[in-house]
Design a protein around this ligand. Structure first.
Ligand SMILES: Nc1ccn([C@@H]2O[C@H](COP(=O)(O)O)[C@@H](O)[C@H]2O)c(=O)n1
Length: 299
């Protein structure tokens, strides 16, 4: 069974050109993992963002789509609407990753992006039964090693909450088509409402955007109440907004935060190192989360 030194080996080796791992305080990471291992897998829950965290950011230099992009570039969307959605992406994504702006400055602009994009999507008479094809025809891709990650959590009955500001119906289809929508997976996201003929009419419930996951978590107390006996959390995200995903966890003990830093790496590294325990630079794989699971499984 893997020792901590073998986990650290995965963290630190540089024989794989796509892996680069940074830690503000490696000793604290080790202590946290040892505590989690000692407490056992029946005290663990995993909370993960979806877009660009469970999915790849890029492949062969080409950006992979988010759950929004999968829908936005599909045949279901008119070319006029596609253009408008692309304009929104071009305007707001640079703001999302702008390290010179504070979260307070970005927040109203992100709400504006999501609200405008969702208003456009709602006009498109999207059919529920066409989502499967939209995902099949897309370049959506879970990170290398995803199967091991999902299967290991399922095999050990560790709950996985996918907490996404993306499109729930689309991301569920991605996970389903990858064959890993196991019974231990639950999704909190923006889900569509369809009429009796299967045409989209609106979005359900409160909007989840990149910076209100804390509020989203607190609206889902039932889920966290059910997991009260699991106070240890492995949190996976790709934005500073993802750091609040575990705010609903009851009587929390240990939280280990793993952040994928995919874009504008040099500019954003200091703030990621301040906030995440482990930062993975331009790493398109699940190698580090999987090494951590291997270590935690070996109790
Ligand atoms: N119209 C939009 C709005 C947002 N995005 C991207 O989706 C990501 C949010 O989803 P998470 O699973 O990461 O919570 C966010 O990073 C935006 O870049 C989009 O592509 N289109």
């Amino acid at each position: 069974s893997p020792s901590f030194s073998s986990v650290i080996h995965v963290f630190t080796r540089d024989d794989m050109c796509n892996t680069s791992v940074r830690m503000r305080d490696p000793q604290r990471v080790e202590e946290t993992l040892r505590c989690m291992q000692k407490a056992g897998l029946n005290t663990l829950q995993v909370i993960s963002d979806f877009d660009m965290t469970l999915t790849r950011f890029a492949r062969n230099g080409k950006r992979c789509p988010t759950s929004h992009n999968i829908l936005e570039i599909s045949k279901m969307i008119s070319s006029e609407c596609k253009e408008k959605l692309k304009d929104l992406l071009d305007k707001y994504y640079p703001i999302e990753i702008d390290s010179s702006k504070t979260i307070e400055e970005k927040l109203p602009l992100m709400v504006e992006w999501w609200t405008r994009a969702h208003a456009l999507i709602m006009q498109q008479k999207i059919r529920k039964d066409q989502l499967t094809l939209a995902v099949q025809e897309s370049d959506a891709m879970l990170r290398e090693g995803y199967q091991e990650f999902f299967d290991c959590l399922n095999q050990h009955s560790v709950p996985l909450l996918i907490f996404s500001a993306g499109l729930g119906d689309v991301l569920e289809e991605v996970v389903r088509q990858a064959g890993v929508f196991h019974p231990n997976v639950k999704v909190i996201s923006n889900f569509m409402d369809f009429d009796e003929t299967g045409v989209m009419t609106s979005f359900k419930g409160e909007l989840i955007h990149i910076y209100n996951k804390r509020e989203g978590a607190l609206l889902n107390t039932g889920h966290f109440e059910e997991l009260r006996s699991r106070p240890n959390v492995l949190l996976l995200g790709d934005s500073l907004g993802d750091l609040t995903m575990a705010d609903g966890v009851q009587e929390v003990e240990k939280v280990l935060k793993i952040g994928f830093l995919n874009d504008k790496v040099d500019e954003r590294l200091p703030s990621y190192l301040n906030s995440y325990d482990i930062v993975l630079l331009k790493d398109e794989t699940m190698e580090v989360p999987n090494a951590i699971l291997d270590f935690l499984v070996a109790d």
